[in-house]
Design a protein around this ligand. Sequence first.
Ligand SMILES: [Zn+2]
Length: 377
Amino acid sequence: MHDKPSVLTLTEQLIARPSVSPEDAGCQQLLDERLAQLGFVNESMFFIDTHNLWSVRGSEGPLFVFAGHTDVVPPGPAEKWTTPPFEPSYRDGYLYGRGAADMKGSLAAMVIATEQFLAKHPNPKGRIAFLITSDEEDKFVNGTIKVVEALMQRGEKLDWCIVGEPSSSETLGDVIKIGRRGSITGRINIHGKQGHVAYPQRADNAIHKALPALNELAQVKWDQGNAHFPPTSLQITRVQAGHANNVVPGELFVEFNLRYSTEQTAAGIKEKVQHLCHRHRLVDEVDWMLSGEPFLTEAGPLLDATREAIRELCGIETDASTTGGTSDGRFIAKTGAQVLELGPCNRTIHQVNECVSTDELVKLVALYERILEKMLL
Ligand SMILES: [Zn+2]
């Protein structure tokens, strides 16, 4: 390949750094250097075990943020990879390596798009920032959430944000994410009284006690969803109880997870479940873990610009979706920023032989650049 596009070279350099979450393995140093050359002021924010980079160029005007993560999921069994996961290699128009699609390719495309944009327009009408973490794939506790807290504390206002998560499905730009469902997990320990199955009157069967409540929990119709979100769904994910066929179990543990729309709030869900538990006399408290509240970016300049850029450069109408798991977009949306996710196809993410189309990566640079032009000129 002669005249290799610079986005491929930078993606290769990132893939070659084995940044399994929460390791950054020098990826941010590389981005830091590229951005510094463009006049960005870099601030590294280290929390506990996680490298984060906040980098801003410009001093006035609205703030456009590119957000993403340098960490990757573990490669899995190395022998299953056709070429080693941290040795970038090309086959049939695809660049292979762990993180190629999720999301080192996007990070490289954001940097190259910014370089090209600033070369043409050195004085845009606004500021550009990069919010990069190495803590997205695993624990997400010392990454974007902490950076956003620090930024909010100092009164930094984020206006628009593109997250480089691999949003596309079959072809670049066919799907963007304009929000995500919320995710909350509940766990209950139900106490009865253990005993001999032959003497049930001396025992209190925790499974029997739980069944009507669990049945009702599984049947709840939370909402119909709305124009942007599918209906809220509760799934019971674990039930543990029992020892032997002659013992009435005295304890039962149940876990359930809800993926919820903007028709619900975490507080409302907690209250409803708690109420159901009390009604069934499962007196114990529910133990909750809120992984993410839902967010939604409605019609506005960022969504318009992104739709138009995809129409102009990819020749398709994008599908603005809220499906999929949670992403760091949920933390950034807390600042009040409009947040969208736009990145390459997600067909191979987290898999063995993860790859990204080289043509699509080149086109992604053009997309990001066009969005910058629409927002900042
Ligand atoms: Zn990702």
